[in-house]
Structures are given as structure tokens and as C-alpha cells.
Design a protein around this ligand. Structure first.
Ligand code: ADP
Ligand code: 5GP
Length: 225
């Protein structure tokens, strides 16, 4: 009999951090070393960037369409960021968790705090750049936004960094490989938590130990090496 079995349910993992810190890059690289997670595809009303693939990076809708979906209660959480809506569609998340797959939400801080209210046992990871000047370099190098948008993202980033203490883990994305390993280690460690053990196995183990010991004290031969 197994000594213990952990609950099959996947963990809900929220990854936040300033725009340009490298969240997307880390999550893509994670796919190379961990197959047991699924990344939720958010819906947004922002413009499509050159590196976006509709239905893969985001589901793109108009503001009106997004508001209709808010009234239909289709989102686990949603927020406005830099003048646009972003939200996590509810469908699929529960199914994935019940299949034992970890679900990653890559979302900004207001949304993360809403998830914390709804799912208190979710795991919250904050990704930081090594410095603000490196963050600026990465936003410029990514070349996906106009100068105005880069500036407003940079200003939001400055405020966001103060929220790091509301998270469970912080990973500084200096060297990419080591940041990816750290995030993977968090995912693996969270799977080993004692509160994931199914009590039924511990109770059965007591019975098994009892069976192995009762009546055996007079006959030690089964225990000899
Ligand atoms: P986010 O998803 O947090 O907005 P991205 O993943 O788009 O950030 O990364 C922003 C830019 O920084 C990209 O051009 C990416 O290639 C680069 N980048 C990400 N991680 C690193 C790293 N560890 N070292 C150097 N550049 C990085
Ligand atoms: P970007 O425009 O760079 O793709 O995303 C801007 C910000 O919105 C990032 O901080 C990103 O994590 C966040 N974001 C993406 N999807 C969601 C979502 O579904 N909900 C919330 N609250 N934020 C999101």
C-alpha cells in the first residue's frame, strides 16, 4: 500500500510583476522543463501588438464586448491596466485543477488581490527585474510599445513594486535560467506540502502497521535480515 498519496488537484499559481520584468519569457521557458501546468489565456481590450497571436497570447475583444462579458459574470477577476480591460475567463480553470494540472495566471496586481480573496490557497509569485534601469532597457528592447506607453508602464511598475509583500514568493529575473529554475522549484515544492496529503492514506497506514506488528512479537523470523 502507498504510505501517502497527495491530493490530485492542481495548484492555482498567480504570477505578477512589472511589465517588462520577464514574466512571459519565464513562463515560456518553463514549458521546456515542466509539462504539468496550463497557462490561462486572458481576455483584453488592448490593441494587438506585432508579437501577439489572437487566441494564443490573448483573446482580443472590444471594450463593449468585454463589458458584456463582465455583466455575464464570465471572469474570475478583471482589472483595468493602462486604460484597457484585462480579465481571466472562468471556464476551463476548475477542469484543469481537477485534472491535477497546475494553472498559471499571469496577471497584474489588482487582479491578483481579487484572486487572493476568492482562492486564498492560491500561490502568489512576484517577478522583479534586477534594477529599474534594466527594466527600462527591457521595455525599450522589447519594442512592442510606443514611447508614451513604455513611459506609463514604467510609472505603473514603480508603484507595483511596493506590493511585493502581498505575495508568497519573489523571484528576481537577472539570469533567465536561474529565474526559471526558481519558479519551477516553487511549483514542485508546493506539490510536496503536507496539507496536500490525503488523510485516508495515513489512517490506512496505521492499520497496516498494526497488522504487521500484532502477533509478530513472538516470531521475529519475518524481521530478520
Ligand atoms: P513581461 O511579460 O513581464 O512584460 P517579457 O517576458 O515580455 O516581460 O520580457 C521583456 C523583455 O525582456 C523581452 O524583450 C525579453 O526578451 C527580455 N528579458 C526577459 N528576461 C530577461 C533576462 N533574464 N535577461 C535579459 N532580458 C530578458
Ligand atoms: P500586456 O499589455 O503587457 O500584455 O499586459 C499588461 C498587464 O496586464 C501585465 O501586468 C499582465 O500581467 C496583466 N494581465 C494580463 N492578463 C490579465 C488578466 O487576465 N487579468 C489581470 N488582472 N491582469 C492581466
Amino acid at each position: 500500500m502507498d504510505i501517502i498519496r497527495t491530493r490530485e488537484r492542481g495548484n492555482l499559481i498567480v504570477i505578477s510583476g512589472p511589465s517588462g520584468a520577464g514574466k512571459g519569457t519565464i513562463i515560456s521557458a518553463l514549458r521546456g522543463i515542466n509539462k504539468n501546468f496550463w497557462v490561462s489565456i486572458s481576455m483584453t481590450s488592448r490593441d494587438i501588438r506585432s508579437n501577439d497571436i489572437p487566441g494564443v497570447t490573448y483573446f482580443f475583444v472590444s471594450k463593449d464586448e468585454f463589458e458584456k462579458r463582465i455583466s455575464n459574470d464570465e471572469f474570475l477577476e478583471y482589472a483595468t491596466y493602462n486604460g484597457n480591460y484585462y480579465g481571466t475567463p472562468k471556464d476551463k480553470i476548475l477542469d484543469k485543477l481537477n485534472e491535477g494540472i497546475d494553472v498559471i495566471l499571469e496577471i497584474e496586481i489588482q487582479g491578483a488581490l481579487k484572486v487572493k480573496e476568492i482562492v486564498p490557497d492560491a500561490i502568489f509569485i512576484f517577478i522583479l527585474p534586477p534594477s529599474m534601469s534594466e527594466l527600462r532597457n527591457r521595455l525599450i528592447k522589447r519594442a512592442t510599445d510606443s514611447v508614451d506607453k513604455i513611459l506609463s508602464r514604467f510609472k505603473i511598475a514603480y508603484k507595483e513594486i511596493n506590493e511585493v509583500t502581498k505575495y508568497n514568493y519573489v523571484v528576481i529575473n537577472d539570469d533567465l535560467d536561474s529565474a526559471v529554475l526558481k519558479v519551477n522549484s516553487i511549483l514542485l515544492s508546493e506539490r510536496c506540502r503536507v496539507d496536500r496529503i490525503e488523510d485516508i492514506y495515513l489512517n490506512n497506514m496505521e492499520e497496516e502497521v498494526h497488522e504487521l506488528l500484532v502477533g509478530k512479537d513472538l516470531d521475529n523470523s519475518e524481521w530478520e535480515i
